[in-house]
Write a protein that binds this ligand. Structure first.
Ligand SMILES: Cc1ncc(C[n+]2csc(CCOP(=O)(O)OP(=O)(O)O)c2C)c(N)n1
Length: 581
């Protein structure tokens, strides 16, 4: 009996890992990739781990592949920047067990700081590239990718985007197939990339790529869908295929590229020759288009289609058909809801305090980036994971008259902040680092990390002692404070900022959402004590509102951190006060 299931692209990849004999899966969380590993956990035959960062995830995956296991490693697009070093070299060494890197890109930046098109990395790194268009293909192409990896001794990128990761489609399930582990062999010329070996591997890599290009030309992931009698052809890949089909239907013929690097140039040339006009419809950069044009073929692409943001049916209709469908209903008036820190988020009090102290505050990537929003206006830079500490060191070196404070989450500190801290100590930085330790990787949905004490399968494990770690880096001035205790936070920050040496404050309190079922007695306002000074409004807590007639606390939102009560000089906020909601 055939079993079919509605799966997201991420769930389908996890299922594919199970069916196609993956034995090891590693990664670091990041939208839109996170649910792949979270779903792999249900398959007990697969070793799974969250690594501290993407580079380590790839290095572990290289080890499992060298050991002979079919291996999957997952990350968001910017994670590939972090992991680029071991990935470039892996194309040289090749693999043993099939090695597939899932790069989950985020066109439109729904949840990211940039929208890099990582197909360019596949070409740059000289990996094979697969681009599924839906959940079924996400599963099937993982199988293809593992086979290609093993046949051609090459790592393969399975490149997905937010819409593939998170939209659902019907997927036909199969059984787990038996792929016996390949034996591990000591092979120094292949695995030790000292220059003498690397030069030989470089030559073999080009030979492998040539063979790969020939395979891509005949591969079932690349197919022509011919519409009889039409004069227009479309070359497309990934999610753009879906949009193109919806916009143009069978008024054009399609060359759908699922295996898109190395590009099957002969197949493309044959297709282009058949039509008067050929469009290349691809989301993001002109990855296919530039390579096709470099062969001297005449196609139309980014002259009329954007390289910014997501592709869509509307964009294609407008650019190629010059028509726009009327919007079926006018959108309702939706109130703007800018993202905010949760009620009782432990990061709030730290940014509130910092905003009083006049320091330059650098930020990093995590829930706490929301400290930038008014009224906290808490941070001034945010570049990429781990950058806050290096940014702060640079600022402090050039602006010695200013106090500079870096703020960074626990997961981000372990990901790539700790090396910045070593630099602060080594190069005698006079600045403060605040580790916002909510004891979880909050922003991406509560994944464990080396400081939480649990593995991805919730097995208890040893945890990194952050205080001991920063001391081991050479920081002598280390304070740990309760992030809800504003007086303690302020005292610790003032002491750190005044100590004249590298200082670390660990502001600790578990993420409030970790205690989902906690019963709390919410705070309320004692009306006759409230002077309406609005000091509590400066916290930007969604539970506290100014109704015009007075301050009100929504009992349904209040998680009883008590921070608003601490900022009230008139004792007008108490757990006995009047609650709304
Ligand atoms: C290189 C890279 N990998 C992954 C991500 C996705 N990501 C955004 S924030 C974050 C972790 C935040 O956790 P933490 O530092 O503990 O802060 P919290 O959100 O818990 O406050 C991750 C993994 C990213 N933006 N960049």
């Amino acid at each position: 009996m055939t079993i079919k299931k509605l799966l997201s692209g991420n769930e389908a990849i996890a299922r594919g890992a199970y069916e196609y004999g993956v034995r090891a899966a590693t990664g670091y969380p990041g939208t839109p990739s996170t649910e792949i590993l979270e779903n792999i956990v249900q398959y007990k035959d697969i070793y799974a781990e969250w690594a501290p960062n993407e580079k380590v995830a790839v290095e572990v995956a290289e080890g499992t592949s060298f050991a002979g296991a079919r291996t999957l490693v997952t990350m968001k697009h910017v994670g590939v920047n972090v992991a680029a070093d071991p990935l470039f070299t892996l194309a040289y060494t090749g693999v043993n067990g099939g090695f597939v890197l899932v790069s989950a890109d985020d066109p439109g930046m729904h949840s990211s700081q940039d929208e890099q098109d990582n197909r360019q990395y596949a070409k740059f790194m000289k990996m094979a590239l697969f681009e599924p268009s839906d959940s079924q293909e996400a599963k099937d192409f993982l199988g293809y990718a593992l086979d290609i990896s093993e046949q051609f001794d090459i790592p393969v990128m399975l490149r997905i985007t937010t819409r593939i990761s998170h939209s659902k489609g019907v997927v036909t399930l199969g059984e787990r197939q038996a792929y016996p582990a390949k034996p591990y062999e000591k092979n120094v010329p292949k695995h030790v990339v000292m220059p003498a070996n690397a030069r030989k591997l470089r030559v073999s890599l080009e030979e492998r790529l040539k063979k790969l290009a020939a395979a891509a030309a005949k591969h079932p992931a690349n197919r022509v869908e011919e519409a009889p009698g039409v004069k227009v052809g479309v070359i497309t890949s990934g999610i753009s295929y879906m949009y193109a089909k919806e916009a143009l239907g069978d008024s054009v013929s399609y060359l759908k590229l699922g295996f898109s690097f190395p590009l099957p140039q002969e197949l493309i040339a044959g297709f282009v020759a058949k039509y008067d006009t050929v469009y290349v419809i691809e989301e993001g950069e002109p990855f296919l288009e530039e390579q096709i044009k470099a062969r001297g073929l005449k196609v139309i692409g980014k002259e009329i289609l954007p390289n910014i943001g997501e592709m869509s049916t509307e964009v294609i209709r407008k650019a190629i058909l010059h028509t726009e469908l009327p919007r079926p209903v006018s959108p309702p008036e939706i109130p703007l809801r800018p993202p905010v820190l949760c009620p009782a988020c432990p990061h709030r009090g730290v940014y509130y305090t910092l905003s009083k102290l006049g320091a330059i505050v650098t930020g990093d990537i995590g829930c706490y980036t929301l400290g930038v929003m008014p009224p906290l206006n808490g941070l001034e830079t945010c570049i990429c994971m781990g950058a806050s500490i290096g940014n702060a060191l640079g600022l402090s070196k050039m602006l010695p008259e200013r106090k500079v404070v870096a703020t960074i989450g626990d997961s981000t500190f372990l990901h790539s902040g700790v090396t910045g801290l070593m630099d602060v100590v080594y190069n005698k930085g006079i600045m403060t680092t605040v580790i916002l330790d909510n004891s979880i990787t909050g922003m991406t949905g509560h994944q464990h990390n080396p400081a939480t004490g649990y593995t991805i399968r919730m097995e208890p494990t040893r945890k990194v002692d952050l205080e001991a770690l920063v001391r081991a880096c050479g920081v002598a001035h280390v304070t740990v404070v309760d992030a809800y205790d504003l007086a303690a936070v302020e005292k610790a920050l003032r002491a750190a900022m005044g100590c004249g040496e590298p200082a670390v404050v660990i502001a600790r309190k578990p993420c409030v959402l970790l205690e989902k079922n906690r019963r709390v007695s919410p705070y309320g306002v004692v009306a006759d004590k409230c002077k309406q000074c609005k000091a509590c409004m400066k916290l930007g807590c969604p539970a506290v509102t100014d109704t015009g007639a007075g301050i009100a606390i929504d009992a349904n939102l209040c998680n009883a951190c008590g921070v608003c009560a601490q900022v009230c000089k008139f004792d007008a906020i108490t757990q006995e006060g009047v609650r709304n909601g």
